[in-house]
Every structure is written in structure tokens, then in C-alpha cells.
Design a protein around this ligand. Sequence first.
Ligand SMILES: [Fe+2]
Length: 263
Amino acid sequence: MRYALISDVHANRPALEAVLRDIATRGAVDATYHLGDLVGYAPWPNEVVEMLVTRGIPGVAGNYDSTVATDYKHCGCQYEDPRQEELSHLSYAWTREHVSARTKALLGSLPFRIDLRPNGGHVAGPTVILVHGNQTLNTVYVHRERSDTFLEKMGAALGARPGDVVCFGHTHVPWHRVVDGVHYVNTGSVGRPKDGDWRASYVLLDVIGGNVTAEIVRVDYDVEAAARAIIASELPDDFADHLREGGAERRPTAPALRPADGF
Ligand SMILES: [Fe+2]
């Protein structure tokens, strides 16, 4: 089985279109799943959700999806200075104002987690586990600097065994690491990368028997079309600059385990 895993589209229609086109050109992709955060920061929340529904692409609830769906007080996003906090609130308010009742209902219907059994459930074999953040909350950032101990605890809490694959997004930075035989795969972000590379990111995951490979794919898209649409909207122009620059990875260098992370 070959899966395409797309996460953190964040209402960026040109980026999603480019990624879906790229997946189509690969030919051998058996199924595509999204890992949440369909809305926020760009002006096409309804169009992005509709595109995934139309194409029959299932997925899990990101923090943006579940907070918008439940009218939560904020998006559960991380910010490190007052300006970031202000931008975060502006994006959330704009998105809540512009999502249709149908979009909101669809976001609210997304499951927290999806388990896939590429070899079928009738035989032992790898399980591919899809979440947005970690096993407990879709707001927890599983950065690539997380320790092996952190990942081991996450894998154990999800019931992952050696050979299994744990896939997630949320940090907008792609990476892949194997700890104690369990694969941890962060898909990066389709519509709002934060690793300094403006191109859309997604993952092609191949599971052949017990053999697992993950390829991180980057896709050019019409970033200026997205930037222009942001500037033409009432969303902050900062979000256009972020897309053009591919963001910047800003976070603590060595995140510690905290009770809030579900441990
Ligand atoms: Fe996100």
C-alpha cells in the first residue's frame, strides 16, 4: 500500500490543489488521508473542506478544526510574543466568521485518530496510526527535537508496536525517525510550512509487507496567488509574508515533558 498523507492545509487552496495534482501524477497512490488543520490563516476554509469531501479524502481533527467546530475560546495555537498572539486571534476570529454551517459541521465530525492496516486486519502486520498532535491532545507539538523517551511514551500510549507507524502534523516541519522499531513521521504542512521552505509538504508512505518507507515530498505552488488573496482579504498581511518565506521555525530548543502534553 502506498499512502499520501497531507496535513495542515490551513485554508490554502492553491497549495492543496498543487499537492493533489502531484499525488495524482504519482500514479501508484492507493489512498490519501489528511491529518487535520484544514482551516485558519488563509481565505479558503470552505473551499478546502469541500475539496477534500468531494474527493473522498478522510482524516483526523486538528486543533483548528475542533476549536472552530466547538466555538472554543481560542485555536489552541502556540505563540511566543504579543504580536504572534494578536495574529493568532485575528486568524481565529476571521475563520470563525467565514466558515459556513456545513464546514463547521464537517470539521466537528472529524475523528481524533484513524488506524490503518495496510496488510488487512485479518493478519498481523504494521498498523499506521494517524493523529494531529499526540495521543491525548491535538494541541501538543511533537517537534523533531523531542527526545526518544518522549516518542517512546507517545508510541506506547497509542499502542504502537515495533514495525508500526505513527503519523502526525501540527508543527509544520516534516521529519521521520525510528525509535525502538516504531516509525514517527511528521508530514509537515501543505499550506503553511514553518521550516523556511515555502513549498507545500506532504509524505508518501509505502508499506510493503513489514517494510516501511516514508518520503517527504515538497511541491511548488502558486504562492503569489495565495499571498494576493490574503492581502485582498481582511486577514493580516503578515500571513502572506509567512507563506512567501516558508515561515520560521521558532520554538524552545529542548521541549520538556509536561503534564499538559498528556504524560
Ligand atoms: Fe496547523
